[in-house]
Design a protein around this ligand. Structure first.
Ligand code: ATP
Ligand code: MG
Length: 227
């Protein structure tokens, strides 16, 4: 099993429900040296812990709106330092950030200063009609961020996390109405972000309607460039 020959600094872009979390889990299993951070998971644990950021985030999330850029940029920058991701030798994957052009610029600036530029940005391209059809079947294990789909990717024991056996829950923002708003929001913000990364020559796209179709393409892409 080949591993990575140079550090991987990768971002997954994709509509809500496109399967960023699922692809992350699989990539990390295949490439254990890579660390990951999901801003959605970070925010959900801050909410669960009742922190100041959690309190600020909770209303925005419930309404399917984005958390303000200054809060998000501050949060991610401090995580990058804590996790030691600004070391050029580190390999990591960021899921859920950047979500706006401003966030992309802020991230780029900080990585540039530390000589650890992004070297791969992958758009997970899934038909949004397919996403809408399957979203109400999504259940999550909040502490780990593990994601299940009752129809396509069910847990071994119904409504229990495979690893810990703890109960799965529904995200309050996975209802049809809030979800449509999140999709609209994504479609509104994504074009300038894609343009920014495509100008830098790091943007790739993998298409497919299920995570099982997307994953082998994503793994092959990573191995082609970094294996
Ligand atoms: P999925 O979990 O299917 O990938 P998603 O990408 O919409 O869907 P999360 O990444 O879990 O969901 O994020 C959930 C919510 O957290 C978002 O709807 C938004 O309110 C907030 N959020 C997460 N990341 C950011 C960010 N970078 N900027 C602003 N808000 C964010
Ligand atoms: Mg997610």
């Amino acid at each position: 099993m080949s591993s990575l020959v140079r550090p991987l600094r990768i971002i997954l872009l994709g509509a809500p429900g496109a399967g960023k979390g699922t692809q992350t889990t699989r990539l990390l299993k295949r490439f254990p040296k890579v660390q990951s951070l999901s801003t959605g998971d970070v925010l959900r644990s801050q909410i669960a812990a009742g922190t100041r950021i959690g309190k600020e985030a909770s209303d925005h999330i419930k309404q399917g709106a984005l958390i303000p850029d200054t809060t998000m940029v501050g949060l991610v920058m401090s995580q990058l330092e804590q996790l030691k991701w600004l070391d050029p030798k580190a390999s990591w994957l960021l899921d859920g950030f950047p979500r706006t052009y401003k966030q992309a610029i802020a991230l780029d600036h900080s990585l540039d200063q530390n000589d650890c530029r992004l070297n791969m940005v992958v758009e997970l391209d899934v038909d949004q009609k397919v996403i809408l059809d399957r979203i109400e079947a999504r259940w999550v294990h909040v502490p780990s961020g593990r994601v299940y789909n009752i129809d396509y990717n069910p847990p071994k024991v119904p409504f229990k996390d495979d690893i810990t056996g703890e109960p799965l829950t529904k995200r309050s923002d996975d209802t049809a109405e809030v979800f449509q708003r999140r999709l609209d929001q994504y479609n509104k913000e994504i074009e300038p972000i894609k343009k920014f990364y495509s100008n830098k020559g790091v943007l790739y796209k993998v298409s497919g309607d299920t995570s099982d179709i997307i994953y082998p393409k994503l793994e092959a892409l990573v191995l082609e460039k970094f294996g």
